[in-house]
Every structure is written in structure tokens, then in C-alpha cells.
Design a protein around this ligand. Sequence first.
Ligand SMILES: *Cc1c(COP(=O)(O)O)cnc(C)c1O
Length: 240
Amino acid sequence: MNNSNLIDNLTHIKNRIAKACEAAQRKTNEVKLLMATKTVSAEKIKILLEAGETIIGENKIQELKDKFSALETIPHQSHFIGHLQSNKIKEVIKYANCIQSVDRISLAEKLQQRLVFENKTIDVFIQINTSYEASKFGIAPEKAIELALQIQQLDRLHIKGLMTIGLFSAATEKVRQCFRLLKNIQQEMLSKNIPVQELSMDMSGDLETAIQEGSTMIRVGTAIFGARPYPDSYYWNESK
Ligand SMILES: *Cc1c(COP(=O)(O)O)cnc(C)c1O
């Protein structure tokens, strides 16, 4: 894919987001775009950051690390959106501004420990498995509030929102149920003063549905960068 295609694709996605916001009677600036940059080179990412984009999401610590120095000079936020193993905590803290995949208390506690050691804080989203698929990561919806309350006790972790990977399905109404569930959990958490303002939901296929259901952050990869061959391990729990 050449560079002008990249910019065209970006423009197309931004237009889709703007249209979907208008249709849902929401303001365009309520919905951010996160570019899911797995397998994409730093050179390509740079082009889009220089075009004014501000948020990237990586799934693998190695990639986050490899691209870090090439992108360091361009102001942007780097979110970690992949499954996080606790032996990668040191690195994620070094290279990411936000971790969207916090889904268990053991991980949150280890993050807290390391952040205290480094005298840092980090933004986090709680990842919820709204599709109840055994293959997906994320805390079960019924257990999400308890986890959020526990994480709230950890002062180095700043809870910003909730993240979900909706069902991979062409059945819009089934995908919509995942998004509604996340929105409902958000409402319940907000009523308990857990500051989960952000809802990171969808992949490019159903951003219109996600925006109708309240998404504040659309994660898009394929529609900008084209189809990339990447193994399922970028999303799925291989051990299940
Ligand atoms: C890759 C990825 C996306 C974007 O998916 P596309 O289908 O490539 O647009 C969104 N969220 C997560 C967690 C991803 O890994």
C-alpha cells in the first residue's frame, strides 16, 4: 500500500466516523480514532501521525518497543491493546501511555508494584469479555465491577474507561448486544464513582454500530492499513 492510499483510507474512516456521529446525534469530537498498528512499520505510522492522528494501539510488547524510538519525536499516545503477560510489565510501563487490556487483579497489583518502584502512574482501561467467548481475554461482565473497585484502590493506576472486543460476526444485532452490555457496565460503574468515561469498542467492520451504542474510541486497523496477515494470537487466548 502506498502512502497516498494510507491517507485516503484515513480520510475515508474519519468521514465514516463523522457521519456515524451525525446520525447518532453525537459530536464528532466525542469519538476518538485509535489506529491499530500491529505489523505496520514505523514509517507508515509516522505518515499518519504527521497527518494529525494522535493515538496508536499495539498488541505486542516487542512491536511497541521496536517502533518506540522512531515515533518518539512525534507527539502521540501509545495504547497497549493486546493481552498483557505479567512478565512484560516493566516494558509496557516504559513504552505505553495507557493499557487497555487490564483484566485481572493479579496483573493490576503487579503493575502497581512496578509503578511505585519507578514512581510513575499509568492510564488503564478494564477489558471486558462481552461476547463470553472462551477464546477471548477480558474479565467476565458479572465480575467487572468488583475488579474495578479493587483497581480503584491502586493509586498508580488511573482508570479511564472500558474496552471490549465485540463478537466477530456479521450479525449486527449480536455485536450490538456486546456494546450495550459494555455501556450498561459503564453506567453502573459511573454511578459508583469509578471514572470510566471512555468506551473503547469495535473493530472497523461495525464502527457505525459502536458509535450508536456510545463508543468514545474506535479501534481501526484493516480499513486504514489493508488486510495484514497476522496470527490469531494477536487476539485470542491460544491456550483455550
Ligand atoms: C487489530 C485490532 C483492532 C483493529 O482490527 P481491524 O479488524 O484490523 O480493524 C482492534 N482492536 C484490537 C484489540 C486489535 O488487536
